[in-house]
Design a binder for this molecule. Sequence first.
Ligand code: C2E
Ligand code: MG
Ligand code: MG
Length: 404
Amino acid sequence: MIPNLTEQDIALMSRIETALENHEFKAYYQPQYDSITGRLVSAEALARWIKPDGSVVSPAEFIPCAEKTNLILEIDWCILYEVCRFLKKRRTENHRCVQIAVNFSRKHITEEGFRQKLCEIVDSYEVPRELIEVELTESAMMHDSSVIVELVSDIRSYGFNVAIDDFGSGFSSLGLVKDISANVLKIDRSLLSGNCENEKERIVLESIFAFAHRLKLTTIAEGVETREQLGFLRTCDCRLIQGFLFAKPMPEDQFGEACSKRVIDDYNEDILVTQAPASATTLLMEAIFEKFPLVIMANLTRNSYYMMAYENFSATSCPSTGVFDELIIHGTATMHPDDQELFKTTFSIDNLIAAYNRGEKYVKTVTRQIGDDGIYRKVETTDFFVKNPSVDDVLVVTLCQNLE
Ligand code: C2E
Ligand code: MG
Ligand code: MG
């Protein structure tokens, strides 16, 4: 027996049960577009209850009751079946298929056999798993975190994509986003109030996109309704756009046509014209990281540093942030014994500040450093002196590259 059910809930529950038996729940599809090219690249499946008289009931009217009564589990599976059937049909008919996101209530987190059922359904339709994205709402993250971290990691390891839905709608735990191996972050439309003109709101959004991109998450903005919102989201490098500006959720046939059409007609713009400085900067940084996999920012006056790029460098044993002197001690220990003195004296704070005071633009040296794999490689380390207009501190950007 389920507690707290009103008489209305009980009546609706039995109507939902009948509707499930009669296959009245259908998936509507809302396309998701690449923010720069305007190409339709994926979609979200949203449940609709189509009554025998053809009227369409929206989720707001049945999801709350379905959540209370656990019927949501059946509705979600039913939508997954619908999506798989649709994708299988498209594949059989050689039509273009795009990735589809399916909403899963937090109730699935404790559903027995969830993982197996997910794989079995998708595999039984011979749908490639990467075409399915499992959407878990942010509020699901409030569940016992170790359980959800493990669940998401398992689902990813089976080959599905996982999105955190409604991010920013109220229950965010930034720490959890860091621990969960989801690969997509859906920014809730409540963060896009008006035309994104409010300065504080813009800063919040910019920061969310910046941290999401650093965590290598694909970003989707939901509920985009205006050109102004789109313009601002592009400057944040938001990857995908879902919203009434481009398309509302639509029935299967209509979505199939939209999928085949590919490009929104008036959207065929030159990427450089639409590219905002933020996205250009991101591209530039990526090009720099390609050549210099270790980039360090240091403040010699304050004896501090942090690493901007590090993951792909051959040696990763130094802490990625901390005291500059200690970094040099760490770094020296990773050098070939014959190069240790050279490294230590070249990059001591005293030597660097003296070079800065002589007006030198940079200090550069080549040493042999042992990698994580135990192999010595020649590394070129260049410390560039840079100015920040708001302080007199002596700042340095270090670029390191492996020469062999
Ligand atoms: P959601 O998963 O965050 O889905 C996005 C909702 O935003 C959809 O509402 C969509 O129609 C709406 N939306 C998209 N673009 C715009 C826009 O530009 N402006 C406005 N005002 N709204 C926009 P919908 O289809 O009514 O679904 C509402 C919620 O119901 C969904 O939010 C999701 O939480 C839940 N839901 C829908 N289908 C399912 C399902 O199959 N399973 C589960 N568990 N929940 C579902
Ligand atoms: Mg969703
Ligand atoms: Mg959402």
